[in-house]
Design a protein around this ligand. Structure first.
Ligand code: DGT
Ligand code: MG
Ligand code: MG
Length: 323
């Protein structure tokens, strides 16, 4: 068919293929969620249902985009890591970015009524998105460590701030003034002295964010199915990466099946579809926790009330304080 005389305009489109052999990270972040959370009266500082909705939306993205090997979420943001050898959309940045972002936003609205039963969605939320390329595994791990350290810094600050305001009856500016320039150790002390809160006992979900990876899980009929599994774990230290070498190694999926999984699955709901990971006890391996997407209740492991590598590294170096 002859080309129309208008077709030359296509030449104005620019190539935006991501460099080969680099990890492709897409991070989305809620646009003006300070207002969105206020309007929808999210619990301060952490609203479990809101986090569940973020996780549900991110799982939807990962179920569709199979080349995403890992997701990490906290607050109003989610990072998605594509395989470094992905050829999806010929690695075109605009295609990857816009598709991931729009699917996340539509999933957020789609699942809102199921998670916030009866709570009205007053206006459509939106998310900004950026794409970043990391040439080395170390760069990628440092990126993820940076995001997880951010959870820690923000959550410690927010926990102090909202306790001072809600329980201590300080005004927001008084609370801000009180916390200005304080180190992590001061904030820990403040929480304990003034409110009897041991920060290390705060839910891990709030302190570490959610990591989504792919595992093979029993589907209830004796078969194994790939599923996106939400974990609450330290991803700053080496342990997580040693325990899940397939993630960065781009190897075949490993089975999420600790030795006593069969017994513990009997005691929990069966994994009906890969889209609904169930709560599974972590067997002998107590290092990470799986979130039940229905309740987001964490499994409590008394051995976990210790500072992890990430906490320690962050606490030692922390001079940042912000809300
Ligand atoms: P942006 O991203 O520049 O458009 O602006 P914001 O307002 O989205 O700011 P950002 O992304 O730095 O911070 C996230 C905001 O969302 C922050 O005001 C705290 C709020 N937020 C996130 N999760 C929760 C939650 O679970 N409960 C409450 N009450 N607020 C939350
Ligand atoms: Mg935001
Ligand atoms: Mg944010």
């Amino acid at each position: 068919m002859a080309k129309s005389k208008f077709e030359y305009v296509k030449e104005f489109e620019q190539d935006d293929n991501c460099l080969p052999n680099c990890w492709i990270v897409i991070r989305i972040d809620g646009r003006n969620f300070s207002r969105f959370c206020e309007t929808h009266q999210f619990v301060k500082p952490n609203d479990v249902a809101a986090l569940e909705l973020m996780n549900r939306s991110a799982i939807t993205v990962m179920e569709d985009f199979k080349e995403i090997i890992l997701g990490f979420g906290q607050s109003d943001e989610y990072s998605f890591v594509f395989r470094k050898d992905t050829q999806l959309y010929k690695r075109r940045a605009s295609k990857l970015l816009s598709n991931v972002n729009s699917l996340f936003a539509s999933a957020y609205v789609y699942y809102w009524p199921r998670i916030f039963r009866g709570k009205e969605l007053y206006y459509p939320p939106s998310f900004d998105a950026r794409i970043i390329l990391y040439p080395t595994d170390k760069n990628l791990r440092d990126y993820l460590a940076w995001r997880q350290a951010d959870v820690h810094v923000n959550n410690l600050y927010n926990t102090c701030f909202w306790n001072l305001v809600l329980k201590g009856k300080l005004t927001p500016s008084q609370a801000e003034e009180k916390l200005r320039g304080t180190l992590a150790s001061h904030k820990n002390e403040l929480l304990f002295q003034e409110f009897g809160i041991n920060y290390n006992n705060e839910p891990q979900l709030f302190r570490k964010g959610t990591t989504l990876i792919r595992k093979l899980v029993p589907d209830g009929s004796g078969r194994l199915k790939p599923a996106v599994v939400p974990l609450v774990d330290d991803i700053i230290g080496d342990r997580f990466w040693k325990e899940n070498p397939e993630v960065i190694g781009l190897k075949s999926l490993t089975t999420y099946q600790p030795p006593n999984l069969v017994n513990s699955i009997k005691n929990t709901k069966s994994v009906s579809t890969p889209s609904s990971p169930t709560t599974m006890k972590h067997g002998n391996n107590i290092s990470s926790q799986v979130i039940n997407m229905n309740s987001m209740k964490e499994e409590v492991d008394p051995n976990r009330n210790r500072e992890t590598d990430g906490d320690r590294m962050q606490c030692e170096s922390e001079h940042i304080c912000r809300r």
